[in-house]
Design a protein around this ligand. Structure first.
Ligand code: 5GP
Length: 189
């Protein structure tokens, strides 16, 4: 299992999108969330959009590998059924998680490899404001959280700087390909 993490605005989503096009042995899990759907998002594609009650019922039933409460009380989590679905197709699941969930998976799931996507504070702020899909208050909250998350980079197995998209995609693809090849001998930090 691979975990890609990093602050909101670091470009995790874009990098993962590019990665799975280049490396078909990888498939991204579709997380469940209680946040509202953004324009262009589809249920079951970007996320499984759940009500709070439905989410909590699934937590109670033990259906989540991990879950977290993020800004503004929004919940996000990885359903175990997603891992079974992807493994069943002979692929390696890739999880995109905020740092708290990623650290939990790192410590609790044997063999999970964590990759931190980093960016400068200025770049994070710029991307979050440009995206501007959240209300102004929530963007401020996300920027503040992103600053704190940047400081956690050292806790993960690998760090990739997303300063230049093409370069970062190349680095991520090479790393993941080496990690999933049977003779993988990538040194871990
Ligand atoms: P967004 O609302 O921008 O789509 O996602 C907000 C944050 O939630 C991102 O940092 C993303 O990586 C994280 N996230 C998405 N799905 C999950 C999940 O299943 N578990 C955890 N822990 N974080 C998630």
């Amino acid at each position: 299992m691979l975990v890609v993490t990093g602050p909101s605005g670091a470009g995790k989503g874009t990098l993962i999108h590019e990665l799975v096009e280049r490396q078909p042995a990888i498939e991204a899990t579709v997380s469940a969330t209680t946040r509202t759907r953004r324009r262009g998002e589809e249920d079951g594609r970007e996320y499984w959009f759940l009500t709070d009650a439905d989410f909590l019922e699934r937590v109670e039933a033990g259906e989540f590998l991990e879950y977290v409460e993020y800004v503004s009380g929004r919940r996000y989590g990885t359903l175990r059924s997603e891992l079974d679905r992807i493994s069943g197709r002979g692929r390696v699941p890739l999880l995109e998680l905020e740092t708290e969930g990623a650290l939990r998976v790192k410590h609790e799931v044997p063999g999970a490899v964590t990759i931190f996507i980093s960016a400068s504070v200025e770049e994070l702020e710029r991307r979050l404001r440009e995206r501007a899909t959240e209300s102004t208050g929530e963007i401020g909250e996300r920027i503040e959280l992103a600053r704190r998350q940047l400081e956690q980079a050292e806790e993960f197995d690998y760090v990739i700087e997303n300063d230049d998209l093409d370069r970062a995609v190349g680095e991520l693809t090479r790393l993941v390909t080496a990690l999933i090849s049977p003779a993988a001998t990538m040194p871990r930090r």
